[in-house]
Design a protein around this ligand. Structure first.
Ligand code: 1GP
Length: 275
């Protein structure tokens, strides 16, 4: 059971002394389970500390499940292989949680270690505030996978998730608005707060918005959407992000060695001190 040395996934994710960390988002709609598993291993090799599976709106359960299964099997095989070889000291911790990042109640897998159980807080639609959650909750309980309560906020430009989720987009200068939503999330008891600019966004979430959310205590801050280089990731971290999520970047590289190099650079720059 992953992660090692933590009794729960939420404990692993919210441990501040491990911040900042990188999470890889894998969309089962964009690759076969086998390719997804190879990419997940490569990103962990490069320093990523969480695998998130989800994204597209129309992916059937079976495809999500097959992808989660393939990644879990690849990780288990890697852990087993290293345990058999006393000289294998890669220094890489392969005990990385694989969590669902669903767009709705249909994209679930019992093999996931946890799920971001999200409220799209700035949606105008009941469906994304509580409807999909109600539809999926019983199955998540039956699967006995850990629910990570998450306030999810879509910021401009917002992309497809903003449109599908009927979000009133948060503009780059709406510092007070974000602070209000972050307080709201903390008061609801949410543990994670995810600032999203939309997959492939031309502009990531502004550091001012991130800083505004990070000033509210009790939340672990995820930032994603349009982060494609170390400088953007570093700016988000400096503003207070605990986790940087990238998805498109991983899918843009078909050569795994290139992906490893690119992501390794991004993570190194992201974690560098500014002083
Ligand atoms: C999307 O925040 C994630 O939900 C990742 O975005 O694909 O732009 O990295 P990118």
């Amino acid at each position: 059971m992953r992660p090692q040395n933590h009794s729960t996934v939420i404990d692993y994710i919210t441990t501040r002394t491990l911040s900042p960390r990188h999470a890889t988002l894998i969309d089962p709609a964009n690759q076969s389970p086998e390719v997804a598993a190879n990419r997940a291993l490569t990103t962990i090799d490069a320093g990523s500390k969480l695998i998130m599976v989800g994204g597209s709106t129309k992916t059937p359960d079976e495809q999500v499940h097959a992808t989660v299964q393939a990644i879990q099997e690849a990780l288990e095989l890697r852990i087993w292989a290293e345990s058999q070889d006393a000289n294998a000291e890669s220094g890489i911790d392969w005990n990385i949680p694989v969590i669902l990042f669903p767009c709705g109640a249909h994209a679930l897998s019992p093999d996931a270690d946890a799920i971001t159980f999200m409220m799209l807080m700035n949606s105008e639609s009941r469906e994304f505030l509580v409807g999909e959650q109600h539809r999926g909750a019983t199955r998540i309980a039956e699967f006995a996978i850990e629910a990570l309560s998450t306030g999810y906020l879509v910021c401009a430009p917002g992309g497809e998730v903003g449109q599908v989720g009927k979000a009133t987009l948060i503009q780059a200068n709406d510092i007070e608005g974000v602070m209000g939503w972050a307080h709201c999330a903390a008061m609801f008891g949410f543990k994670l707060f995810y600032l999203e600019a939309g997959s492939g966004a031309e502009v990531p979430v502004s550091p001012e918005l991130i800083a505004s959310a990070a000033a509210v205590s009790g939340l672990t801050i995820f930032v994603g959407g349009g982060i494609s280089d170390g400088d953007a990731a570093h700016a988000a971290v400096e503003a207070g992000a605990n986790w940087i999520v990238t998805g498109t970047l991983t899918e843009n590289y078909h050569d795994l060695a290139d992906l490893r190099d690119k992501l390794s650079d991004l993570i190194t720059t992201m974690t560098q001190s500014s002083s």
